[in-house]
Design a protein around this ligand. Structure first.
Ligand code: ATP
Ligand code: MG
Length: 319
């Protein structure tokens, strides 16, 4: 390997199609200057340095050891995709506030107190907390309601409920999770959208009512140009504001308006067998382009995306 060769490290878990295809795609466009390989890491020494120019993180949400490793690597000058600092801090409910700041519609949503006490707390830990006015919640949202964790993913602990009885059954089983209650969007169409490098956008028609392996709609009819444009704009605006270089944005379209449902996905599904060959080719090619480009033109260290400026601008508009 020539001395000037820069390495991209891939940090991943059980997935098997995307990482290896990405290694090949990076080799194909790296011109010998940029190569990719699986990251190799063990117990971390505090004086350690890292010979990766960039690390693509697909797994640190499941392996906390990796999250700290990535923060340290970032501090030592390694480009990390996605930003481990912001990834550690974001959540779905805060995401809605960011969406509003960049002019993207969201369903009406309320954040609920934990049903069960988190460990190490007792009744007196909650002296600031008032009882919830449940009728007020139901009036604001209207049934059906989605209940889902603010720190969630993987369709776990997501409930759709039609009445107060079903709502409380679901809420009562939510343990000590922080749940959000959300207006259900009765959508005409639903999209899952890749946004890569905060500039490249790929629309995928998605049908959440189908079994897992058929959710990415193959051979969907062409989209009306104005709607496609709006979906692209919204997905891009969200990913730029959040500062994610690999993200999927889910938008549900009702009456021509896309509503942001789930858009903080910094390690999105990229498995050939679930997304299908065409989408897989798109994500591998575009991810490789963006990562190689990023190695050649590193970004300055950043804590988050553009949302602090977007929020301030929104507040000025509303003043
Ligand atoms: N407000 C809503 N209106 C309509 N459908 C919704 C709403 N919220 C969630 N859903 C449906 O529930 C599914 C799972 O919700 P969501 O995407 O928020 O959870 P998740 O745990 O992030 O799931 P995943 O990781 O599979 O994307 C969505 O794909 C969508 O079909
Ligand atoms: Mg989702």
């Amino acid at each position: 390997m020539p001395a000037a060769t820069k390495k991209i490290g891939l940090l991943f878990g059980v997935e098997d199609s995307f990482p290896w295809a990405l290694v090949d795609a990076i080799a194909a466009r790296g011109g010998g200057e940029v190569v990719a390989e699986a990251v190799s890491i063990s117990a971390l020494r505090d004086t350690q340095s890292f010979d990766y120019a960039l690390i693509l993180d697909r797994i640190s949400h499941e392996v906390p050891f990796y999250r700290t490793f990535l923060k340290v690597a970032a501090a030592r000058g390694v480009q990390i995709v996605n930003n481990p600092f912001w990834w550690s801090a974001d959540d779905k409910y805060f995401g809605n506030i960011v969406a509003d700041a960049v002019g993207v519609a969201t369903p009406r949503t309320m954040l609920l107190p934990h049903k069960h006490r988190p460990p190490n707390t007792e009744a007196a830990s909650y002296r600031n907390m008032r009882f919830v006015d449940w009728n007020g919640v139901f009036e604001y949202l209207g049934f059906p309601i989605f209940l889902k964790p603010a720190y969630g993913g993987g369709w776990k602990d997501v409930y759709k409920v039609d009445d107060a009885g079903a709502f409380f059954t679901a809420y009562d089983s939510s343990r000590d999770l922080v749940m959000m209650a959300q207006e259900a969007i009765a959508f005409d169409s639903y999209f899952r959208i890749y946004v890569i490098g905060r500039e490249r956008v790929h629309l995928m028609r998605y049908d959440p009512s189908q079994p897992f392996e058929r959710r990415y709609v193959r051979d969907a009819p062409p989209l009306e140009a104005a709607l496609a444009e709006r979906l692209r704009r919204d997905a891009l605006a969200l990913s730029v504001a959040l500062g994610y270089d690999m993200n999927t944005v889910e938008l549900a379209v009702r009456g021509g308006i896309p509503y942001a449902i789930d858009f903080t996905n910094p390690a999105p599904d990229a498995d050939r067998y679930s997304i299908g060959d065409d989408n897989f080719d798109w994500i591998v090619t575009n991810m490789a382009d963006v990562l190689v480009e990023r190695v050649r033109n590193p970004r300055p260290f950043e804590l988050t995306g553009a949302w602090p400026q977007a929020l301030a601008a929104r507040a000025r508009e509303r003043a």
